[in-house]
Design a binder for this molecule. Structure first.
Ligand SMILES: NC(=O)c1ccc[n+]([C@@H]2O[C@H](COP(=O)([O-])OP(=O)(O)OC[C@H]3O[C@@H](n4cnc5c(N)ncnc54)[C@H](OP(=O)(O)O)[C@@H]3O)[C@@H](O)[C@H]2O)c1
Length: 305
């Protein structure tokens, strides 16, 4: 008989179960006619439950993309409810379990995507074991995602969320009342190091493997939360209010999370975009930030006797 007997059709082929069905059918020698809503519009977002990534997912769904979103625990409602409630999520959002440190974890997710937005990375400053908690997931995790991307020719561009921390970092603020002497030891700024090493490794891998990659380098991201838990950004502002932490140079470079998410999409969609983009809306000294916060949210400040 002719080979036409072995031609089958799979509808909704980019789906979780359907992608495996297609894979097994191909392995058994079938020719598969696979339907997807719009083959050009399937993208992946890593670390999708995060503060910035949830806005990115929201804006991508608004623009008609099908989003394959990775989370570490798809069964944790605190990490997924806010995503599943987004407009368009029912039809075009698919959640996948993936961990940065699990080799090959992203293969089946990025397969058939045209774009990958890699935002997942640990975001905190204090670590008892910085290598394991920050550096490895940032550096090895980024390479793990890029390795998966390098396996699939459908991927046209990868957008990596780096940080302004990978661009500008020195140590403590050297204001006029500070004396730098032999008693000083440098503070290890592990988060900044993790972002710097991860971005450097990403550029090296992308160049060696011909990946069209762009990095987004935001300052401190502020703005509304879609998820129900606080994040590094919110904690940073709260710590500034209660006096337990301030940035090393007394300045924050603020940028709105919605602008950051939108910039990721612009970088993906604009053919001429390339390289690294610093994303900063406003540069504000702590004193000015505190003044604005005091005016807007007086209840957050203890009353003075
Ligand atoms: N917030 C800022 O001010 C700021 C500024 C510049 C750059 N950035 C960068 O923007 C990105 C997102 O930051 P964010 O503020 O949105 O932080 P976030 O809310 O803490 O999100 C980080 C995401 O990374 C995921 N993640 C961490 N370790 C992982 C691992 N081992 N495997 C898989 N996923 C892992 C987390 O997953 P779980 O939900 O499972 O924990 C979470 O979804 C990060 O790359 C960060 O460095 C942030």
């Amino acid at each position: 008989m002719s080979g036409t007997e072995k031609v089958v059709c799979v509808t909704g082929a980019s789906g979780y179960i359907a992608s495996w069905l297609v894979k097994l059918l191909l392995q058994r020698g079938y020719t598969v006619k696979a339907t997807v809503r719009d083959p050009k519009k399937v993208v992946c977002v890593t670390g999708a439950s995060g503060y910035i990534a949830s806005w990115l997912v929201k804006l991508l769904l608004q623009r008609g993309y099908t989003v394959k979103a990775t989370v570490r625990d798809p069964n944790n409602p605190k990490k997924t409810d806010h995503l599943l409630a987004l407009d368009g999520a029912k039809e075009r959002l698919k959640l996948f379990k993936a961990n940065l440190l699990e080799e090959g974890s992203f293969d089946s997710v990025v397969d058939d995507c045209v774009g990958v937005f890699h935002t997942a990375s640990p975001v905190f400053l204090a670590a008892s074991d910085p290598q394991t908690e920050l550096i490895d997931p940032a550096v090895k995790g980024t390479l793990n995602v890029l390795k998966s991307c390098s396996k699939f020719s459908s991927i046209k561009r990868v957008i990596v969320t780096s940080s302004i921390a990978a661009i500008m970092c020195s140590r403590k603020p050297l204001t006029s009342d500070v004396i730098l002497d032999e008693t000083w030891f440098s503070d290890p700024l592990w988060y900044m190091l993790s972002k710097t090493l991860a971005e450097e490794a990403a550029w090296k891998f992308a160049k060696e493997n011909g990946i069209d990659m762009i990095t987004m380098n935001p300052g401190l991201v502020i703005g509304p939360l879609l998820l129900s838990t606080t994040t590094f950004s919110v904690d940073t502002i709260l710590n500034l209010i209660n006096g337990s932490y301030s940035s090393y140079d007394g300045i924050y470079r603020f940028v709105d999370t919605r602008d950051v998410a939108n910039a990721h999409i612009q970088a993906f969609e604009t053919p001429s975009a390339s390289g690294r983009y610093c994303l900063v809306g406003r540069v504000t000294p702590h004193s000015e930030t505190l003044k604005i916060l005091r005016e807007l949210f007086p209840a957050l400040f203890p009353t003075q006797e």
